[in-house]
Design a protein around this ligand. Structure first.
Ligand code: LMR
Length: 410
């Protein structure tokens, strides 16, 4: 219930509050922590686990951390926007070193506390400077997307994305909806590994999205939180590159939580691409005010680690190998998942799980199924039926599939 205003003298302010709803994703981790069932499995939050069920520190990160610790001379504030070296490294990773946006300096990158922080800076920036601008998100999308934009005061609407009967992208419905939008509308697009569906447009479909964006004067905001977890660091940038056409303005919210395993360091970036280098410099000056009035300036360590690894050719190659290892394991688990569900005698066709990309599979399980998985088996899945495939292992797969077979029999 909302708090009453004004609070009377007899009543303490906080006494008027009732409990808020737990976060639909991170709230599951909290509940999981309190669950005493030794066979519990957390397939809620998008965190990578190795074959032993651990979320390891990357070897490249551990080594870079040692070097940085030895070389560190100060804990002085970082610049409001983060370091120039970090910005350069981010743009190289997003677009490629030789991309027109990089060469012409028409992109301004600010460091952010994770991908969520980048989205919030973008939302504050747009709401403050272009009040009344709407943001369109896919239906479905990451549960936190509408909340971040609404918290910044923006209006949120949706466009169709997923065909749940076929477990595929509903591309014609999506494209038609985009064609109906107005100039200056912000369209949030998932750069790769769509969260929660695991279903991305093909390169040709991205090209058509790019055409509509350009023709209609839409402004893409690309949420790029899983670069490298789909098909590869470079291959996963195909959508972003299709959108990044000369003259087009766009925003990119990127994250290093997953592809560097730097979840708790909170490191990401917001890149604002203008029509010219001057426009980018001006945009940066405003983004800095959004940051200064929110958290002042960014935490240093995560960005220093990312920069150190990306700037060193040898370390970068080692890191890309580590990302490939994660990607390969997830793909292996997808196949094993499909195979094991079949072995359990489930008639429903789950073969689509092997075709989805990134950490997540939109399983088609209902919120009732999800509830029963949790109450009967202590298996935690997001209420939408999203399963974090990156949390499955050879050891927990059999138990998971047995439980799914059981809830589907009900
Ligand atoms: C997820 O969707 O599980 C991740 O993006 C983590 C988060 O912050 O929700």
């Amino acid at each position: 219930l909302p708090a009453k205003h004004p609070v009377t003298n007899e009543e303490l302010m906080l006494e008027t509050l009732s409990m808020a709803t737990a976060d639909p994703i991170i709230g599951l981790t909290e509940a999981f922590g309190k669950d005493s069932n030794p066979e519990k499995i957390n397939l809620g939050v998008g965190v990578y686990k190795d074959e032993n069920g651990n979320t390891p520190v990357f070897a490249t990160v551990r080594d870079a951390q040692k070097r940085l610790l030895e070389a560190e001379t100060t804990k002085n504030y970082a610049p409001i926007e983060g370091t120039a070296e970090f910005s350069r490294a981010v743009q190289g990773l997003l677009f490629g070193e030789d991309h027109e946006i990089v060469r012409t300096s028409r992109g301004a990158t600010v460091q952010s506390p994770g991908g969520t922080g980048a989205l919030r800076i973008a939302a504050d920036f747009v709401h403050k400077l272009f009040p009344g601008t709407r943001v369109l998100i896919s239906e479905p999308s990451w549960a936190n997307h509408p909340k971040v934009f609404e918290a910044a005061g923006m209006d949120v609407a949706t466009y169709p994305y997923f065909d749940s009967a076929r477990n595929e992208l509903d591309f014609s419905a999506m494209l038609n909806a985009l064609k109906g939008l107005s100039e200056g509308d912000i369209v949030l697009l998932h750069g790769c590994c769509h969260n929660p569906t695991g279903v991305d447009p093909t390169e040709e479909e991205w090209r058509q999205i790019g055409d509509v964006v350009q023709d209609r004067g839409l402004i893409p905001l690309v949420d790029f939180a899983y670069q490298g977890l789909g098909e590869g660091i470079d291959a996963d940038g195909v959508g972003l590159r299709e959108l990044s056409r000369p003259g087009v303005e766009l925003f990119v919210a990127s994250s290093f939580s997953k592809n560097f395993g730097l979840y708790n360091e909170r490191v990401g970036a917001l890149t604002i691409v203008g029509e010219s280098a001057e426009a980018a410099t001006t945009a940066m000056s405003h983004a800095k005010i959004c940051i200064r009035t929110n958290y002042s300036n960014p935490p240093a360590q995560g960005a220093a680690l990312v920069t150190a690894i990306l700037e060193d050719a040898e370390q970068r190659a080692r890191w890309e190998n580590e990302v490939s290892g994660m990607r390969d394991r997830i793909k292996e688990m997808r196949s094993l998942f499909v195979e094991t569900l079949k072995k359990k005698g489930i008639e429903r066709d789950f073969s689509f799980i092997a075709r989805q990309r990134g950490m997540f599979s939109f399983s088609g399980l209902t919120s009732d199924h999800v509830e029963t998985l949790r109450s009967r088996y202590s298996i935690y899945v997001v209420a939408s039926g999203r399963i974090n495939v990156a949390g499955t292992t050879r050891d927990n797969m059999d138990h998971l599939c047995e439980a799914i077979a059981d809830v589907l029999r009900d």
